[in-house]
Design a binder for this molecule. Structure first.
Ligand code: C5P
Length: 240
């Protein structure tokens, strides 16, 4: 299985289409987040999914349970492979969203996407948590939210690669998905990400998927950057 998810964090459909064409061979999935979705809307998601591409719809829903569950139904109808919500939205929000997604998929005869929960953003450090009133360390907060997500029937969580091992230790389900942004090849800039690892380290730590944006899409040669990262990931997988 290809564990590389490329974040299509670009301004226009034209740029996104070009990246998809160049990276199709190397990316296991394409992530459409708030920037591209706000610019291009659901049509572009349908376009990629309709052409057989796998899509992670990264809109990090966080609202009252009814609204998030309803948004989840629409994500199922779009044909995405993964969509996510903020675990901080609470247990009822997550339970109702998973139920709504599974019920919609069964009714419409389509495969249910994996529904995963964002724990603590990889750009956050202890000071970021403290300014919102959270006294937990990032790791303790991630583990607490991952336990809650698992108990609500969620399929996995998003966390930094540093929390993969603690989450694996805290959650019993072997197939619980651990999706990790905050991955940087050794010589790449860290940008605004604070809790980072290299692709090989993240795979060895037990990540199910790595989300990589700028280190690929802003590289002088994105195809080559993706190929090198994938080779590093496969080497690490082979050594597990
Ligand atoms: O460019 P970079 O590799 O940092 O991109 C990471 C992507 O993962 C961005 O699209 C960002 O929105 C997303 N993401 C994240 N941290 C999370 C969840 C998603 O960085 N906890």
């Amino acid at each position: 299985m290809n564990k590389l998810i490329v974040a299509l964090d670009v301004e226009t459909v034209k740029e996104a289409r070009e990246l998809v064409a160049r990276l199709r061979e190397h990316a296991g999935m394409f992530k459409i987040g708030s920037q591209l979705f706000t610019a291009a809307g659901p049509d572009f998601v349908r376009e990629i999914a309709g052409a057989g591409g796998r899509v992670f719809l990264d809109l990090k829903f966080h609202d009252i349970p009814h609204t998030v569950a309803s948004a989840g139904r629409e994500a199922v109808r779009l044909g995405v492979s993964i969509f996510n919500v903020h675990a901080a939205g609470g247990g009822e929000m997550m339970r109702r969203t998973v139920e709504a997604a599974r019920e919609t998929a069964a009714r419409e005869g389509v495969t249910c996407p994996s529904v995963i929960a964002v724990t603590v953003l990889t750009s956050a450090d202890p000071a970021t948590l403290a300014e919102t009133g959270l006294t937990n360390t990032p790791e303790a907060q991630v583990v607490q939210l991952a336990r809650l997500a698992a108990s609500c029937g969620m399929d996995g969580v998003v966390s930094s690669p540093h929390e993969v091992a603690p989450v694996r230790a805290a959650v019993a389900q072997k197939d619980f998905l651990l999706v990790t942004p905050g991955v940087r090849p050794l010589h790449a800039a860290h940008d605004d990400q604070k809790r980072v690892m290299t692709p090989g380290e993240a795979v060895r730590a037990g990540a199910s998927y790595l989300v990589i944006g700028r280190a690929i899409i802003n590289a002088p040669d994105p195809t080559r950057a993706a190929a090198e990262i994938l080779a590093e990931m496969r080497q690490a997988e082979a050594a597990i």
